[in-house]
Design a protein around this ligand. Structure first.
Ligand code: PMP
Length: 423
């Protein structure tokens, strides 16, 4: 767009000031911070609350008792296709995949990974590559466990692989990379096949390098054309790095966010290593909940059908975000945003140095957003440009009011900023 004159900008700023006053006067109380399923989405899985039935698994196991560290085979079978992990190497665990990612780093710290020379605590330093923007809780695991974070820029095809190959190839301190390969949090990117191939094939300076493949949104499509990604585990094996990938997933945004089932998949050697640690930690997972999930979802087709119902509830909210941002910010040059084909988030990019201020202004007007910077390691977005929008939880009219209010804040902060730099 051609640059606006000072007069045009001033007029826009004045209108934004008026709109902001009106917005503040509405006394809104809206929350777009976290990607939580809405109550109607949770209702889709209320069958779990009743679906107990006989407490006997397919192989005759009494699920009420101890044991079965690997999780129920029939549940693992349902998720094998979606997570691209053969059933034998896919484990069903507790209710949180984040917990499994956390444990994976702890186990690597305290026990020798297949291919490792020593435990990570014995290394002078351990670093992870962090594609940015990314998921704040991944970064929090690193901070908590003393893993240094090295940001890597995201592209529409996944992380910039030239940078990843250089850093992982040269620096033996680099032990891992966080990846959300499908409908990534927060920018909705889907990794291109070539990105996945290069991740599997690249040379790494660390012999015990691991890809933390957090496929949290594997089946969370918003359109009728589900995205497909390449099979990382198979490609790693094909390129001679069978132990490189740790695959994670969960039903947190499929059934109940607080009462679902999480999965871990990897190579045979890694699964043996994993079980050697988890067997000290637990006598087995909650198989009763796993069996309830089998009865609710039935099979891979049942899972797809269930996810179509989620999409029907989520799509109008994502459509509203795009519609309102387009109406209020389209063609102004003040913002750009993603139109994700799945997942839980929209990324909004505002002019440099404006994100924190926009989030603060929105907060003062009663619209709570994820803190600016949360999408970057150490909470620091150096350009201060990125805002993560999570439209899943509030009802549609609330999403509409919140996004319209957010757009007002963007217009206000960005025009003030542009005028300040011009004068
Ligand atoms: N990974 C990603 C990328 C997520 O966005 C989320 C939820 N916001 C999680 C993991 C959390 O997963 P879980 O509930 O299984 O711990």
């Amino acid at each position: 767009a051609p640059a606006l004159t000072i007069e045009e900008l001033t007029a826009q700023r004045d209108r934004a000031r008026q709109d902001y006053l009106a917005l503040s006067a509405r006394g809104l109380k809206l929350d777009l911070t976290r990607g939580k399923p809405s109550p109607s989405q949770l209702d889709l899985s209320d069958g779990l609350l009743e679906a107990a039935g006989p407490a006997v698994a397919a192989d005759g196991t009494d699920v009420r008792n101890y044991g079965g560290l690997q999780g129920l085979p029939e549940l693992r079978a349902i998720f094998s296709e979606a997570l691209q992990v053969p059933v034998e190497r896919l484990l069903a665990a507790g209710n949180s995949s984040l917990e499994l990612m956390h444990d994976a780093v702890v186990f690597a710290m305290l026990g020798v990974l297949p291919g490792a020379q020593r435990r990570w605590v014995e290394e002078p330093e351990v670093a992870f590559l962090c594609p940015v923007p990314g998921y704040d809780r991944h970064f929090a695991v690193c901070e908590r466990l003393g893993v240094k974070m090295i940001p890597v820029p995201m592209t529409g095809d996944g992380p910039d692989m030239d940078v990843v190959e250089r850093l992982a190839g040269q620096d033996p301190r680099v032990k891992g990379i966080w990846c959300v390969p499908k409908y990534s949090n927060p920018d909705g990117a889907v990794y291109a096949d070539e990105t996945v191939r290069r991740l599997a094939a690249m040379t790494t300076a660390a012999p015990d390098f691991r890809i933390f493949w957090d496929n949290a949104y594997a089946v969370h499509h918003l359109t009728d054309e589900p995205a497909e990604i390449a099979d990382l585990l198979a490609l790693c094996a094909e390129h001679g790095h069978p132990d490189r990938a740790f695959v994670f997933g969960s039903t947190s945004k499929i059934t109940f966010a607080g009462g679902g089932v999480a999965f871990f998949g990897s190579s045979e050697a890694n699964i043996r290593w994993w079980l050697s640690h988890t067997s000290k930690r637990s006598i087995g997972p909650d198989k009763v909940n796993q069996l309830r999930h089998v009865r609710l979802l039935r099979d891979a087709e049942g899972l797809r059908e269930h996810m179509r119902r989620h999409a029907a509830l989520l799509r109008p909210k994502f459509d509203a975000v795009d519609r309102i941002l387009t109406a209020e910010l389209g063609g102004t040059g003040l913002a750009s945003w993603t139109r994700p084909a799945g997942g839980y988030f929209v990324s909004l990019e505002v002019p440099e140095g404006c994100a924190r201020e926009v989030v603060a202004k929105a907060g003062e007007a009663g619209i709570v957003l994820t803190p600016a910077g949360a999408t970057h390691p150490y909470g620091d977005d150096p350009a201060d440009r990125l805002i993560r929008i999570a439209p899943s939880y509030p009802a549609l009219p609330e999403v509409e009011a919140a996004i319209s209010g957010l757009a007002t804040c963007v217009r206000l902060v960005a025009t003030e900023k542009l005028l300040a730099t011009r004068s």
